[in-house]
Design a protein around this ligand. Structure first.
Ligand code: FNR
Length: 342
């Protein structure tokens, strides 16, 4: 199977796999405040994530890499929707275009249709500094995501097995690039130990990419003759991973992602410590199943949900949400009790 066929396979399986009925965002409740004091039309949903200024906390998270007309068309439509609604967008892994320059147009289209937007480049943790720089140049990117996906690689029959150089590579990229470098998971979440190590290497931007949405164990297992199904539920759920990550240092800029289903999940992510939130599979599903106008409507709907939640807790800005009280239940509370200092 070629790399681009594998990417189409990923899209099909990522949209098709069965999602858990329980999502750990259901374990988080925001405390309602009856006495609204704000004007809905005056609310600002702009957010600052370290050096990055975003006009919305929502962004399209990394998907669809590889060559081929189908992935290029998906990228074009995601970028058009991001441009119309003013949200940021990350592209899928550019490693294939770095190795096969004829695939560059799959990514370049994202900048072509959205010349002013905030765009993140994306490479794997095996990338060298020149490869990371090439990925950024390809898009005139505002930030670079480095994805870590150990379990996905291990389940993939053709996946990488040697991770012994990765920490050094990440450290080199972070020290050499002048734009924000975001280290992200792809649906397994990050622990406080992981984040502490990344912090000590100079990383200041973390996308927790937690468990609860797109599940790459299931995606890769669907492509195996002998599935490693015992790993289908591996990982740290997103709300827990946000709490773990934000406990490490106030200097970290945390991005909430993984299993964000709607604006209210996104707001929970912001209340728990995120400064922005990413959605991948959920937005791709709307685009593929309902079309590009539906995707724009979905993003507007999420913005409305964010603002309604802000009204209900009297938060006039995204920053204000971080002070809001919340209650944890169930497995999220048990995890928090055992792992996080009171
Ligand atoms: C992804 N994701 C991803 N991440 C990454 O850093 N590089 C990549 O190339 C890809 N490719 C990719 C393809 C497809 C089809 C999907 C659905 C996802 C992972 C993505 O950015 C995100 O971390 C996870 O999907 C979890 O978020 P959701 O889908 O639960 O919102």
């Amino acid at each position: 199977m070629t790399r681009s066929e594998r990417k189409i396979d990923h899209i099909r399986h990522a949209l098709g796999h069965e999602r858990a009925s329980h999502n750990h965002f259901d374990d988080v409740e925001i405390v309602h405040q009856s006495l609204a004091r704000l004007d809905f039309n005056q609310l600002s949903i702009e957010t600052q994530v370290g050096e990055l200024h975003l006009s919305s906390p929502l962004f399209v998270n990394a998907m669809t890499g590889g060559g081929g007309e189908e992935t290029k068309e998906i990228n074009r439509n995601l970028a058009l929707a991001a441009s119309k609604t003013g949200i940021g967008m990350a592209v899928g892994s550019q490693m294939s275009a770095i190795k096969n320059p004829e695939e560059r147009s799959t990514y370049e289209v994202v900048r072509e249709v959205n010349p002013e937007g905030v765009i993140f480049a994306n490479v794997g943790s095996e990338a060298t500094v020149p490869q990371a720089e090439e990925a950024v140049d390809m898009l005139k990117a505002d930030g670079l995501q480095i994805h870590i996906n150990t379990l996905q690689e291990l389940i993939m029959p053709e996946g990488d097995r040697d991770f012994s150089h990765r920490l050094r590579r990440i450290e080199e990229i972070v020290s050499k690039l002048s734009i924000p470098v975001i280290v992200k998971e792809v649906g397994y979440g990050m622990s406080k130990e992981t984040v502490k190590t990344l912090y000590s290497m100079g990383v200041r931007y973390i996308d927790v990419g937690g468990q609860g949405g797109t599940n790459f164990s299931k995606v890769e297992n669907m492509r195996r003759d002998n599935p490693l199904s015992s790993f289908n539920n591996w990982g740290i759920p997103t709300p827990i991973s946000i709490l773990e990550s934000s406990s490490v240092s106030p200097d970290l800029h945390i991005i909430a992602s993984g299993g964000v289903r709607h604006g209210l999940d996104g707001v929970k992510g912001l209340i728990l410590g995120g400064k922005a939130f990413g959605m991948a599979g959920g937005l791709l599903r709307v685009l593929v199943e309902e079309g590009k106008d539906a995707l724009v409507n979905e993003i507007c709907h999420i913005h409305e949900e964010i603002k309604i939640a802000m009204m209900l807790v009297n938060a006039s800005s995204i920053h204000d949400l971080s002070h809001n009280p919340y209650i944890l239940f169930g497995r999220t509370k048990e995890w928090s009790d055992q792992r996080l200092d009171p």
